[in-house]
Design a binder for this molecule. Structure first.
Ligand SMILES: C[S@@+](CC[C@H](N)C(=O)[O-])C[C@H]1O[C@@H](n2cnc3c(N)ncnc32)[C@H](O)[C@@H]1O
Ligand SMILES: [Zn+2]
Length: 415
């Protein structure tokens, strides 16, 4: 086991076993052992309460799907070429990086960091417990410092940013630390800001003009993706989501990262504003702000400006196919997230908004019809339409809002 700065500061050399250190300096809180994927982890005992930020070291069992997703996406993205180094600068008890090393079959080495000394201590214990002493280095360090260090001393092919709340202050160094043709995975749980419920936070934290729409989960994904792509472009990097989704309490976006001013420009041009009518739901992408119109072209109500948001695709078809045809697809560990990835594969790609059928039917003065029936009718009428992965009662379609409202009204009349 390689000793982190905490251990070194306690005077231990890198050869000293962490188990013996733990026996010498027992952890000042009770622990339990959990199994997650192939990992066996020592984590803080939370009693009746769920994991909270007040714990001395963080492990949230509810984030297992987020970690499952990191395993299957990384495994598929790097299959055939391998990932020499994966970095997790906000690692908590190490569950994610340990699972990446044990389960992907592609990650050779890892570096993990955390600001909490107890988290670092537990990540070290967990690395040892899972036989990864020679493959995982654990650092007691601020995430931005660790990422900057990697940017200078040797970038990681995969970087995973999994903070409490917003990832925004780690994005720039995250991109700097990501190897070219590499992958960065980003989580956010501050959905109030990103979905437009908290407009002030959206503005001061992200520089976004948002408000709550009937497609607020999609707004949250596209808002974070837009901020990430813009951050990368400032560093002359072209970043593009290869898989992005909203599930339960979190958003997760994986972006492939490549070098080059023209790539940076090409990706950045897909971060645009939407024009949205709250009255009739008429929505369109503005190529630039000269296309802005004060009033809705359908109902003449005032338009609202939303964004800037990533308006490109949220998933790479090839990567999804690789995931769904990989060994992960038959492993029950990943079945929950595979269902979500399967639904994501069905979504139409080039419409950066969606419609909540309850909102559409309210405008059609009817009760909501079945999602499946609306999709069928839209297709019969020559439009493209699909489900969305984040809401069973929302649809995506290239049909204008007024056409959709008419179809929903007609379906209700048919009974
Ligand atoms: C959501 S938890 C990480 C959970 C972990 N990624 C997992 O999947 O189990 C966020 C972690 O970031 C750590 N943290 C907060 N601020 C930090 C900073 N500035 N630098 C490094 N770690 C930090 C916290 O101690 C906490 O362990
Ligand atoms: Zn309108």
């Amino acid at each position: 086991m390689r000793a982190g700065p905490l251990m070194k500061s306690l005077g231990f050399s890198s050869e000293v076993s962490v188990e013996s250190v733990a026996a010498f300096f027992p952890l000042p809180f009770s622990t339990k052992i959990v199994r997650e994927g192939l990992a066996e982890l020592v984590v803080p005992e939370t009693g009746e309460t769920q994991a909270t930020t007040r714990l001395p070291a963080f492990y949230n069992p509810l984030s297992k799907p987020s970690r499952d997703l990191a395993v299957i996406v990384t495994g598929a993205y790097f299959s055939g070429r391998g990932c020499k180094l994966a970095a997790e600068p906000l690692a908590g008890t190490g569950a994610r990086i340990i699972r990446l090393l044990l389960e992907t079959g592609v990650v050779s080495e890892g570096v993990a960091g955390d600001i909490s000394k107890w988290a670092v201590r537990m990540a070290e214990i967990n690395a040892e417990r899972n036989g990864l002493s020679g493959r995982l280095r654990v650092e007691h360090m601020d995430a931005n410092l660790l990422l900057s260090k990697l940017a200078v001393t040797g970038r990681a092919e995969y970087v995973d940013i999994d903070p409490f709340g917003s990832p925004v202050r780690f994005l720039e160094n995250g991109f700097r630390a990501t190897e070219r043709r590499g992958l960065i995975g980003i989580s956010a749980t501050d959905l109030a800001a990103l979905s437009g419920s908290s407009r002030r936070t959206a503005l001061w934290k992200y520089g976004l003009t948002l408000f709550k729409t009937n497609f607020f989960k999609e707004t949250a994904i596209r808002a974070l993706a837009g901020v990430a792509v813009s951050t990368a472009s400032r560093l002359s990097l072209g970043a593009e989501p290869v898989l992005a989704l909203a599930y339960r309490h979190f958003i997760r976006i994986f972006l492939k990262v490549d070098r080059g001013k023209s790539r940076a420009y090409q990706k950045r041009t897909q971060v645009r504003y939407l024009k949205h009518c709250k009255e009739c739901l008429n929505t369109s992408v503005l190529n630039d702000l000269t296309e802005w119109e004060e009033r809705c072209s359908v109902c003449a109500s005032p338009n609202a400006l939303l964004g800037p948001l990533w308006t490109g695709r949220l998933a790479d078809e090839g990567l999804i196919e690789k995931i769904l045809s990989s060994g992960f697809s038959s492993d029950p560990t990943y079945s929950e997230v595979l269902r979500v990835v399967g639904r994501l594969a069905e979504e139409i790609e080039d419409v950066p908004w969606s419609f909540q059928l309850s909102e559409v039917s309210r405008r059609a003065k009817t009760s909501p019809p079945k999602t499946r029936h609306v999709i069928e009718r839209l297709k019969e009428a020559g439009y493209r339409a699909s489900i969305t992965h984040f809401d069973a009662t929302s649809i995506k379609t290239d049909a204008p809002a007024d056409v959709l409202t008419k179809i929903v009204g007609e379906l209700a009349q048919k009974g």
